[in-house]
Design a protein around this ligand. Structure first.
Ligand SMILES: Nc1ncnc2c1ncn2[C@@H]1O[C@H](COP(=O)(O)OP(=O)(O)OP(=O)(O)O)[C@@H](O)[C@H]1O
Ligand SMILES: [Mg+2]
Length: 393
């Protein structure tokens, strides 16, 4: 089984290489033309050379960038519901051939295959919202295909609005406080704390439930152009076994900071920015800050940078510590841990403390910032337990 990998190059799709499945073995090699004129799809694990790269446990290790392009829990669920069977990874890669596909890559079963011109607009959100909130997910929506490449666990879709592309995130069915409001509030607070955030807004649908939907401006687009992106999960070389259990300890802000030092055009600015994000996650109790919630993006100038921050939700995650190591005290969500290895983020101890102090200056005003962002009062009260505005440094 072979898949043709295309990637955005100079305003159009170019053949980047081929993926071959042979039993459990998966390989990738670059196309000759792409070797001449293209770019490394992953600047660390998949350098632009004539090697045949072999995946580790499927699409991991050197082939992790293709693993990043797979739909995650939500869109895999959608595919299974609609087609009444499980999809293999290669089928999942081939499932979304719309120009809205996340990132700069596209996957085809042969080189003459074309994209399906499909763009969802605002009206689509209302139709899909009904489907998501209903209990019967086995009926496909009439005339429109569901399922997309977007990763993550929460219900979501990709839409175009006034010519711009956005990721739309819905409340989950069993959610007590609607995540779209919390995420929008947290993103607004983060921006006030000096974090470089993706632009967000909430639209309330005109359906009976008045569903709030979070729109996050896509950072893998620059006008018409599509930008390649790569998760910290792949960049850091996190590996899972067949059972899905992580088998190394590479889920680490420190390791990611080292990788940023190697790859980011804006080093050390991006490492310091990462430190600010970690501090923010501690203060809002965002414990879902896992290695797929950090991304680097390749700009049109060919340079890689840390993406804007996204998926910041107060009081989220099934734990009380962070999802990644931050310092000498492993995942402990504390300022002492954050400060303990600050030089790995290109910060002296006093510079690191200054950043934390800047955040702590903003935090007491968090309620007003949430309110100004439009978050309804009752949800602000309900999430107050998660926000830590009064830590001593
Ligand atoms: N604004 C954006 N532009 C481009 N890609 C994005 C954007 N926001 C998120 N992504 C990509 O989509 C993936 C899923 O998005 P997100 O993390 O917001 O979803 P989620 O369902 O909340 O995730 P989780 O499973 O972590 O709860 C991200 O891991 C990232 O790769
Ligand atoms: Mg996420």
């Amino acid at each position: 089984m072979e898949i043709v990998v295309k990637a955005w190059l100079n305003g159009k799709m170019a053949t980047a290489g081929k993926l071959r499945w042979s039993g459990p073995r998966m390989e990738f090699w670059y196309h000759q033309d792409f070797l001449q004129h293209g770019y490394a799809l992953d600047p660390v694990n998949l350098p632009l050379n004539e090697s045949i790269f072999e995946g580790v446990h499927h699409l991991q290790g050197p082939l992790g960038v293709f693993g990043d392009a797979l739909p995650d829990a939500w869109n895999s669920y959608v595919l299974t519901q609609l087609h009444k069977r499980l999809f293999s990874d290669w089928e999942k890669l081939l499932a979304d051939t719309s120009p809205q596909r996340l990132g700069a890559m596209q996957f085809f079963s042969n080189s003459s295959s074309k994209e399906t011109p499909r763009f969802h607009e605002l009206e689509w959100l209302e139709r899909i919202a009904e489907w998501i909130s209903g209990s019967d997910h086995s009926e496909p929506l009439p005339d429109l295909e569901l399922g997309s490449s977007a990763g993550g666990a929460k219900p979501k879709t990709l839409i175009r609005l006034d010519g711009e592309e956005w990721m739309a995130k819905f409340p989950a069915r069993d959610e007590i406080i609607p995540a779209p409001w919390l995420e929008h509030g947290a993103m607004s607070l983060a921006a006030t704390c000096g974090v470089r955030t993706a632009q967000t807004r909430v639209i309330v649908l005109n359906n009976a439930a008045k569903t709030p939907v979070l729109l996050v401006k896509r950072f893998d687009r620059s006008g018409f152009d599509r930008l390649q992106m790569l998760s910290a999960h792949t960049l850091c070389g996190v590996l899972k076994n067949e059972q899905g259990t992580v088998v190394n300890d590479y889920r680490s802000y420190l390791r990611f900071a080292d990788r940023l030092a190697m790859t980011s055009e804006a080093d050390p600015v991006d490492r310091r920015e990462l430190f600010r994000r970690a501090a923010f996650n501690i203060l809002i109790g965002n414990h879902d800050d896992h290695a797929r919630n950090h991304v680097i993006v390749r700009g049109l100038d060919g340079k890689w940078r840390l993406s804007p921050a996204f998926d910041l939700v107060p009081g989220s995650g099934n734990r009380r510590d962070l999802a990644m190591t931050i310092g000498q005290y492993a995942n402990e969500a504390s300022v002492r841990n954050l400060l303990s290895e600050c030089e790995r983020f290109a910060l002296s101890s006093s510079e690191a403390k200054t950043i934390v102090a800047q955040l702590l200056d903003v935090m007491p005003g968090w309620r007003q910032i949430f309110a100004q962002a439009g978050v309804p009062e009752r949800w602000i009260n309900d999430i107050a337990w998660a926000i830590r505005a009064d830590i001593d440094v």
